[in-house]
Design a binder for this molecule. Structure first.
Ligand code: SF4
Length: 328
């Protein structure tokens, strides 16, 4: 069992006098110690909702989250989310998650476990050093720092709780390119050096490719493919993964010109019948319009939810799918 296990998690948003919107629909995910798992997909696919459900900021309608074998979210409808120190989250906007009126060292000290007997100022200095800031930075206020430095402070605050898993939701997306790379490298070093599990959520595939050991691809509330990072990039098995990779300049196999993704992410309040991706899928065929494929294991460590990929394999390279199978 992985350090963090997410099993069949479903998250719904209630609406007055209308059926709830199922933003996350039965997601499975695992993160091990020292492992970086990327979660990618377009805006609106449910990534952030899933992240918030995992850390307890949103209730799950069903499913479970276990951490080191301990159930942290056996949540039913109406159950109250409970925060768990071992599971920390880093948000896109660090300024919004820091108190502008409190000195940094005090905010870091708030996160330190109560049984930690070290001096709070010393502990804050250690945490700031760990994220590449001067220990003196603790005496300043959040507005005195740049965006990248504030994100480092947010990372230090997450580390203060001595978590075993960090969920980073678009944690580098608001930073300029060079700061992005520095903060991404810091997260990689912390995960490897401290044996932390890191669930790194991003719409930016080039960052995820650089950081993650494995990647899960999310579309309209479901994980449609999960695979080791290198395998996913060299041979995506789900048409949505292929389209995402091809849409990024210079990332596709052979660095072909980006083709762009057709259409838009569907509405989770009215998901299409059959395969949720079929209105945008260039490989869609009759069965896809009426039957929703379940995620199955194609080969060890590779799963996909697509009728083109049979359970147990062998994997079918998408560029070898016969034209007769592809309808408009
Ligand atoms: Fe495309 Fe059909 Fe596969 Fe869905 S099941 S991704 S529509 S080929």
């Amino acid at each position: 069992m992985a350090l963090l296990e997410v099993r069949e998690v479903t998250v719904e948003y209630r609406r007055p006098r209308r059926p709830p919107v199922r933003a996350v629909a039965g997601v499975d995910l695992g993160v091990d110690r020292g492992q970086i798992v990327g979660l990618v997909g377009e805006s609106g696919c449910g990534k952030s909702t899933l992240a918030r459900a995992i850390v307890g900021l949103l209730p799950c309608a069903s499913g479970s989250v276990t951490l080191d074998g301990r159930a942290v979210r056996p949540l039913g409808r109406g159950a109250r989310p409970v925060a768990d120190r071992s599971l920390q989250m880093i948000f896109q906007d660090p300024y919004a998650s820091l108190n502008p009126r409190r000195r940094v060292w005090r905010q870091l000290a708030d996160g330190v476990p109560r049984d930690d007997r070290r001096d709070a100022r010393d502990r804050s200095a250690e945490l700031l050093t760990a994220v590449g800031l001067s220990p003196d930075a603790g005496d300043r206020y959040p507005h005195e720092f740049s965006g990248g430095q504030r994100q480092r402070i947010a990372i230090a605050r997450a580390l203060a709780a001595e978590p075993s898993v960090i969920v980073a939701d678009e944690a580098v997306s608001a930073l300029d390119a060079s700061t992005q790379a520095q903060v991404a490298n810091l997260l990689v070093d912390l995960a490897r050096g401290r044996g932390l599990g890191l669930l790194f959520i991003s719409h930016d595939l080039s960052v995820v490719r650089h950081m993650a050991d494995s990647v899960s691809v999310m579309y309209l509330g479901r994980i449609v493919e999960s695979a080791p990072t290198g395998a996913l990039w060299s041979q995506p098995l789900h048409p949505y993964s292929e389209a995402l990779i091809q849409a990024v300049p210079g990332l596709g196999p052979g660095a072909q010109p980006p083709t762009g993704l057709p259409g838009e992410v569907g509405d989770p309040a009215r998901p299409p019948a059959g395969c949720r991706f079929h209105p945008r899928c260039p490989y869609s065929h009759e069965r896809c319009l009426v039957e929703d494929p379940a995620a199955v294991t194609i080969v060890p460590r590779r799963r996909a939810a697509c009728w083109l990929q049979p359970a147990g394999g062998p994997p079918r390279p998408l560029d070898e799918v016969a034209p007769a199978e592809v309808s408009s």
